[in-house]
Design a protein around this ligand. Structure first.
Ligand code: BDR
Ligand code: CA
Length: 320
């Protein structure tokens, strides 16, 4: 069966918007191949209250009042709360003005919301996580029976190489390694989209120009977000163009050919003096007794990726 005959893939997005989370939301909304059943929020790039408001305002930018938003964790399962405002600004989504939320959050916390949507769904649902793993970890710790209702957990986090928040740990996996550990052991299919992949998703000047050329509020806003995000990446990590991490997870669902994967054993360091939150990815079976427990994203077709993102932004239109 050709891809165009597939039913839209149902998904739930757990996120901490965040400039790249915001583009991930827009990619999901603008892609007919997927159906966004709801958004849950988490601390991460900013406090959870700000992440929630940012998610609501991104939905408002796209004119979508029909996607429910549920508020999630304000801190990790264990340890202190790490925040990414140093990358994403005071609000967590600094840059252009955004419209006010069209609807309040639902009257259910993220874990209760995720559980209910999974149980009520007619088919298994894909859970995409683009922030710390806290909500998903809680869900699978407290309601392990819902694992059978999850088609896969696709998460942005970790790396096969080095980190960003610390020299070895990526921000999302650093922010709640215990929660990721629960998910890795829960018996659900896991797909890891780490920095080794997302650093191939650079919003070059040519990409930003394509966003701006859409000539809609959505396009102009994305271009301006890339300006703020790019300045952070230049200041902190000396990048010439910002890596737009989180939409890579959605892109993998929209177009299965956009990323090449390899099955591998993945673990997360919980105890290291310097390496807490670091993912250990056994690409070459150096631990022969550890069977692969995840599909790990390795190569991105960047041209195809940006075509997907720009196409979705076009579809969302907005006020010219
Ligand atoms: C991850 O951390 C956040 O800054 C981004 O939103 C992304 O999810 C990259 O390390
Ligand atoms: Ca994120």
């Amino acid at each position: 069966m050709g891809t165009d005959q597939r039913r839209p893939l149902p998904l739930l997005l757990d996120c901490d918007p965040g400039h790249d989370d915001a583009v991930a939301i827009l990619l999901a909304l603008g892609s007919p191949e997927v159906r966004l059943l709801g958004i849950t929020t988490c601390f991460g790039n900013c406090a959870v209250e700000d992440a929630t408001r940012n998610a609501q305002r991104v939905l408002a930018l796209a004119g979508r009042a029909d996607v429910p938003v549920a508020v999630g964790a304000s801190g990790p399962l264990v340890g202190t709360t790490a925040l990414g405002n140093y990358v994403h600004g005071v609000s967590g989504l600094d840059g252009p003005e955004l419209p006010e939320p069209l609807a309040p959050p639902v009257n259910e916390d993220a874990v209760a919301f995720l559980r209910r949507r999974l149980v009520e769904a007619e088919e298994p649902v894909t859970l995409v996580v683009t922030g710390p793993m806290t909500n998903a970890g809680r869900l699978l710790r407290d309601h392990p029976e819902v694992a059978a209702r999850i088609d896969a957990v696709v998460f942005m986090g970790g790396s096969t190489e080095r980190g960003n928040h610390t020299p070895t740990a990526e921000f999302n996996t650093y922010a709640d390694p215990e929660a990721l550990d629960i998910v890795l052991r829960a018996g659900v299919p896991v797909r890891m989209v780490g920095l080794n992949l997302t650093h191939q998703a650079l919003a070059t000047p040519a990409v930003v120009e394509r966003m701006r050329a859409i000539e809609s509020d959505v396009g102009r806003t994305c271009a301006a977000w890339m300006g703020f995000f790019g300045d952070s990446y230049h200041r902190i990590w000396e990048f010439d163009a910002p890596p737009v991490h989180d939409p890579c997870t959605i892109a993998a669902l929209v177009d299965p050919e956009v990323i090449a994967w390899r099955d591998a054993f993945v673990a997360v360091e919980l105890d290291g003096t310097w390496t807490r939150g670091t993912t250990v990815v056994d690409l070459y079976r150096r631990y022969p007794d550890r069977a692969p427990n995840a599909a790990v994203a390795l190569d991105l077709d960047a041209d195809r990726y940006w075509d997907l993102v720009i196409g979705a932004l076009h579809r969302l239109g907005g006020t010219p």
